[in-house]
Design a protein around this ligand. Structure first.
Ligand code: FRU
Length: 477
């Protein structure tokens, strides 16, 4: 089944605005089908162009196309359209993840064409495309027809970056010994030349690395990527697949990357395959809220749609670490502020609006443990901070539907804890300590109700300042 342009347009217009109470209101998602990785993120001719993996036909990881919306303010978006669909010999089984870049005043893309050949074997082609006036991406052919020797056909997710005016590309790949890696290409005289595998000190670090992004902050190179196959530890790598980064120095000619530890990007249950792009001097990142191969955690599939994208986050670097903050544009969605100012307390309760942003500045005082609970009728999600163990814990076990479990991570808050929550209908994004750590998760309350906020401490908290806002909806028009 493939829809014609008219059929598609009728379906999307009939499905907007999204009505079900599980549909998020200020996170990008689609009224039908399955979305995953953000793709082709770019700022071009005064607009932000956002593409994402989308199977509009079902909630299966099949028929991967590129959905497309544009915005100037991150509140108003264009009606989603299909910009790139599989069909050519080099992408017939999926137009997989890729990036955008502006050259010769044109918005262009490289993406991976996924092919299952006659022997049912995988083939990966790195393909070029360019944006047309009608919002379609014109396929401009294949740039790299095969993986370099010594690697399997798990070769995908091209990401273009520039150094000293020259164009480079990183891609995720798997060695024949089934180790995840990133390879580097360099464009010379119009041709993409293989520069080699980026040599890190990570060694045996999963069987596949997906979605690499290469960034640069002042004098530091940052490789963000999504490795698969790491063993979960007490306070890290607790999801099926991870996303993280290494910071250091990339020597483009060897190409060696000397770097520090692998740090996770997000500590929640549902975050994967982010893409970062630079626009107007800011590094901006969108992540996929979901997880491959965990479909049973997402009950919206019974209703015909699956997954969402994070709010746009701005990345900065402090003390060798990436910090993430929601972009300031999102503040335009705020209304009806309820102030919170409490001194010397152990308990706080409040009713939240449907869709809220909550900012809490806590001076912990005597309290060693503080618990923030969101109740949805009798169901709840609990966030606990243990000051002595410097441990943050998120517990989703008291929700009936969808993914459950506990996530733990280290956070050194000492006496001052700053928590910034965004509670959408089925998504929570949390920014701790001004974006030092973030956690993104999905939850699926049984009842269509406003959440109740309960804060409890084991001893007297000196003060809590902040408040919450009602968050408006983003619009597609
Ligand atoms: C990551 C990923 C990419 C691939 C795309 C296919 O979630 O597996 O590696 O290009 O999704 O949808």
């Amino acid at each position: 089944m493939v829809w014609t342009k008219t059929e598609y347009k009728e379906k999307i217009i009939a499905a907007l605005p999204m009505k079900h109470f599980w549909h998020n209101r200020f996170h990008i998602e689609m009224p039908f089908g399955l979305i995953n990785d953000p793709n082709g993120l770019s700022f071009y001719q005064g607009e932000y162009h956002i593409f994402y993996q989308w199977n509009p036909y079902s909630c299966e990881h099949k028929h991967k196309s590129w959905g497309y919306i544009k915005t100037t303010d991150f509140v108003h978006y264009t009606i989603p359209c299909l910009a790139l669909v599989p069909g050519e010999s080099f992408d017939k089984d999926g137009c997989y993840t890729g990036c955008g870049f502006v050259e010769e005043d044109k918005l262009q893309f490289v993406y991976t064409g996924n092919v299952k050949n006659d022997k049912n074997e995988r083939e990966s082609y790195q393909c070029l495309g360019s944006l047309q006036a009608d919002g379609r991406i014109k396929k401009e052919g294949v740039l790299i027809a095969k993986q370099p020797s010594g690697y399997t056909a798990h070769f995908r997710d091209p990401y273009i970056f520039y150094r000293a005016g020259e164009q480079y590309m990183v891609l995720g790949i798997q060695t024949e010994a089934l180790k995840g890696r990133v390879v580097l290409y360099h464009k010379k005289a119009g041709c993409w030349e293989f520069s080699g595998e980026i040599k890190t000190s990570l060694g045996d670090f999963g069987y596949m690395w997906e979605c690499p992004n290469m960034l640069r902050f002042a004098d530091a190179d940052v490789l963000v990527f999504s490795p698969q196959g790491l063993q979960a530890k007490e306070t890290k790598w607790q999801n099926l697949y991870q996303t993280g980064y290494i910071v250091g120095n990339l020597n483009l000619s060897t190409p060696e990357f000397s770097h520090g530890d692998f740090e996770e990007v997000d500590m929640g249950f549902d975050f994967y395959a982010p893409q970062v792009f630079k626009a107007n001097g800011r590094y901006l990142m969108l992540g996929w809220i979901g997880m491959p191969d965990r479909s049973e955690d997402y009950p919206t599939s019974d209703k015909g749609w699956m997954f969402a994208l994070t709010m746009m986050r701005e990345l900065t670097m402090k003390n060798g670490r990436l910090y993430q903050q929601p972009i300031y544009e999102i503040e335009k969605l705020r209304s009806d502020k309820t102030e919170i100012f409490k001194r010397e307390f152990t308990n706080y309760q409040g009713e939240l609006p449907r869709g809220s942003e909550i900012l809490l500045d806590l001076v912990l005082g005597e309290a060693k443990q503080i618990t923030i609970k969101f109740y949805f009728a009798l169901e709840k999600i609990t966030f606990t901070y243990d000051r002595q163990k410097e441990l943050f814990c998120i517990d989703r076990n008291k929700m009936k539907l969808g993914g459950k479990g506990i996530r733990k991570f280290k956070l050194a808050a000492k006496a001052n804890l700053r928590l910034h929550f965004f509670i959408d209908r089925t998504v929570i994004e949390l920014f701790c300590q001004d974006g030092e750590k973030t956690a993104t998760l999905m939850y699926f309350p049984e009842e269509d109700r406003s959440p109740q906020l309960v804060i409890q401490a084991d001893d007297i908290v000196t003060s809590m300042k902040g408040g919450f806002w009602q968050m408006g909806c983003i619009e597609y028009k």
